[in-house]
Design a protein around this ligand. Structure first.
Ligand code: PMV
Length: 319
């Protein structure tokens, strides 16, 4: 059996995080500059036959049968075996590497799962469909995040811009004019499960004001989609600022994130907001193409530990 490799991109949420957990729409796009990769290779001489998992970036090495069922790497591999009704797996090594920062809102967990599921199912001779890959990665997302919306596994599996509504079929859309986003990392890792859990507690105590904020975010997402499909991307800037303010009201921003948002806007970005779970991780700034380096420098000067410049454009055919 030849070694099989698969990769999956990172992602950013352009609009709608947190409210998406409560049924409102969100827009997410892949970030091809960072990727997770899984390589599966046969070890025909190994006896007894076991599946060895290596993740050298995090100094991790173990056999599948040594890991608890709810270990995310084990769950991705076992999910494929269960789907294919395989009780016994051939002796092999699954090697995972990733350039996606962890717990930073760039979808590293989902990308690792998608890469493993895609590579492992192909290695076994039964490459799974995107729909099945996304579904299995969603099960692993539940281990990471408790109550995920499913947006990360969806955008990362399909690797194209998506307009996502929980429990509804995936919708991709046309990006009329490509636009540039500068991503700035606070360098602070913040588990999404914590911010999602905190928003849930607050929503249970204050349902009405929280529902109103979610509604506001939902209409911002609708307007953003119309602009992306038909309008001038520059107009997304003010929607980003409105979305960031709503996330501040949900108490998922932080002084670090606010500082980077302000620095980007002061350096000439059309708008900026936190992206993902919040309290740490990344901000995204919408910039004119030839201002990308100026904004990137301003973010670094304000404490960003890493900056990525990416272009949002249509890939493939809208569904
Ligand atoms: O994985 P992150 O940090 O990009 O956040 C995902 C977005 C949330 O809306 C906060 C959670 C979810 O499951 O949709």
């Amino acid at each position: 059996m030849p070694a099989i490799s698969a990769t999956a991109p990172g992602k950013i949420i352009l609009f709608g995080e947190h409210a998406v957990v409560y049924g409102r729409p969100a827009i997410a796009v892949p970030v091809a500059q960072v990727r997770a990769r899984a390589i599966v290779s046969a070890q025909p001489s190994a006896f007894p036959p076991r599946v060895r998992i290596q993740a050298p970036n995090i100094g991790f090495e173990a056999h599948l049968d040594e890991l608890p069922e709810d270990h995310p790497l084990a769950a991705a591999i076992s999910g494929v075996a269960k789907t294919l009704n395989l009780r016994r797996l051939p002796a092999c090594t699954v090697r995972i590497t990733s350039t996606i920062p962890v717990a930073a809102g760039l979808g590293s967990g989902a990308a690792v799962s998608v890469a493993i599921i895609r590579a492992f199912s192909a290695f076994l001779g039964h490459p799974l469909s995107d729909e099945m890959i996304s579904g299995l990665a969603f099960e692993v997302e539940k281990i990471h995040h408790g109550t995920p919306s499913g947006i990360d596994n969806t955008v990362i599996t399909y690797a194209m811009p998506v307009y996502f509504v929980r429990d509804q079929p995936i919708k991709t859309f046309r990006v009329a004019k490509p636009f540039t986003i500068v991503i700035g990392d606070t360098g602070i890792s913040s588990p999404t499960a914590v911010t999602v859990g905190d928003v849930r507690h607050a929503w249970l105590v204050y349902p009405e004001p929280y529902e109103q904020i979610f509604d506001r975010i939902g209409s911002t997402v609708q307007s953003a989609r119309e602009i992306i499909e038909n309008g001038d991307p520059k107009d997304l800037g003010k929607l980003m600022i409105a979305n960031h303010q709503a996330l501040q009201e949900l108490e998922v921003s932080s002084p670090h994130l606010d500082r980077l948002v302000e620095a980007a806007c002061n350096a000439g970005a059309w708008g900026a907001k936190l992206s993902g779970g919040g309290r740490g991780g990344n901000i995204i700034a919408l910039v004119e193409k030839d201002k990308d380096l100026i904004v990137a420098e301003a973010l670094t000067a304000s404490g960003a530990t890493r900056v990525i410049i990416t272009e949002v454009r249509s890939i493939g055919k809208p569904t």
